[in-house]
Design a binder for this molecule. Structure first.
Ligand code: ACO
Length: 323
């Protein structure tokens, strides 16, 4: 059977790092409050000239280098973002142009924090159908541009950045030991749209708007939704948590990550955590974490890697990849 295997990862962060202490004079908060409730210590904030497209391009170039490919080898780009440079054209097409690619096709995917899980699922389907051979899957965000910097309940949580993976078509046996994306499970439920949203948009207000969140409400639903969809993905492959080598969740909040791992029965040393250093980078958080764990040698060929995300919509999903 045709599979999509991961052959390279890359990431990019803005130059400016902002610690919890740097919120002094911006909102009334403390390092202790932020660390205790979220596990976050630092995040990176885009400066002048740094945008979703520029960060996405930088991450893509590093992933291509790691995969030993030229941009011209790519025939599909799926870029997950809720913070595009422009309403249109898609940020994916701008990245495509900056990489000098004039063939194939590129588009954005909008599932907020679940964007990367949706994007890798979509790219995998294009590759397995034969419509694409090598895909760049990018998560790139600049949430600092849509947070309300006067709202301490949200502005301390988010950061900017981008991560990318290169997927390539390969033949597998059709079994659990194949490399590549083995299963994806996606969900959405718009009944929850008012718990986490942006209060503007081209068609409703003609403005960009700011992020609004009922944090406690999101928290309440997160662990149950995440663990349900992961259990579905385990069932699809007839595996258990024991079979997972690495858990690479969306990095929103340390407490959500720990509670999900505990409920699933995944040992803490198998969990890749970057939220302390990156904050919540929405669709960029999983590929940023994958790139870190790939480069520091944790992710090894043959490892079973569990990806999971949940975000605005709500949208959520899980993907199992044999590295
Ligand atoms: N600094 C200091 N105090 C604060 C801050 C802050 N930055 N923010 C809120 N507080 C205060 C509140 O005003 C409140 O004070 P009160 O008791 O006097 O009213 C108190 O701290 C407790 O507030 P809660 O909202 O109840 O705090 P909670 O323990 O729920 O933590 C948090 C808030 C961190 C937002 C938590 O609810 C959470 O993580 N929710 C999930 C959010 C999330 O992960 N969203 C992203 C998922 S989807 C995506 O990634 C887009």
């Amino acid at each position: 059977v045709r599979r999509s295997i991961v052959i390279g990862t890359g990431s990019s962060l803005p130059a400016r790092r902002m610690s919890n202490l740097d919120f002094e004079g911006i909102v009334e908060t403390s390092d202790e409050w932020i660390r205790q409730r979220t596990g976050i210590a630092n995040r990176y904030i885009a400066g002048e000239g740094e945008t979703t497209v520029s960060l996405g391009e930088a991450a893509a170039r590093k992933a291509l280098e790691a995969a030993n490919l030229q941009p011209s080898d790519i025939d599909l780009i799926v870029l997950a973002t809720a913070t595009p440079d422009r309403t249109f054209p898609a940020s994916a097409v701008q990245v495509q142009m900056r990489l000098g690619i004039t063939h194939g096709f590129a588009f954005d995917m909008q599932a907020v924090c679940s964007g990367f899980v949706y994007a890798i699922t979509t790219a995998d389907l294009y590759i397995r159908s034969g419509m694409a051979r090598r895909a760049l899957v990018i998560g790139a965000e600049t949430f600092s541009r849509i947070v309300d910097w006067s709202d301490r309940t949200t502005c301390v949580l988010f950061g900017d950045g981008a991560g990318a993976v290169v997927l390539e078509a390969a033949e597998g046996e059709g079994g659990l030991s194949d490399r590549g994306v083995l299963v994806s499970r996606l969900r959405s439920d718009g009944a929850h749209h008012e718990k986490l949203y942006v209060d503007g948009g081209p068609s409703s207000t003609g403005t960009v708007g700011k992020l609004r969140m009922e944090g406690r409400e999101v928290f309440k639903h997160a662990v149950g939704m995440i663990t349900d969809v992961i259990e579905d993905s385990f069932e699809a492959l007839s595996i258990t948590a024991e079979d997972v080598d690495w858990f690479v969740p969306h990095q929103a909040n340390r407490r959500i990550i720990d509670a999900s791992a505990r409920k699933l029965g995944i040992a803490p040393e198998k969990v890749v955590v970057t939220v302390d250093d990156h904050g919540n980078t929405s669709a960029a958080s999983i590929p940023l974490a994958l790139d870190r764990a790939a480069r520091d040698g944790r992710l090894k060929r043959g490892d079973l890697v569990l990806l999971e995300a949940m975000g605005g919509g709500f949208t959520w999903g899980a993907v199992l990849v044999r590295w």
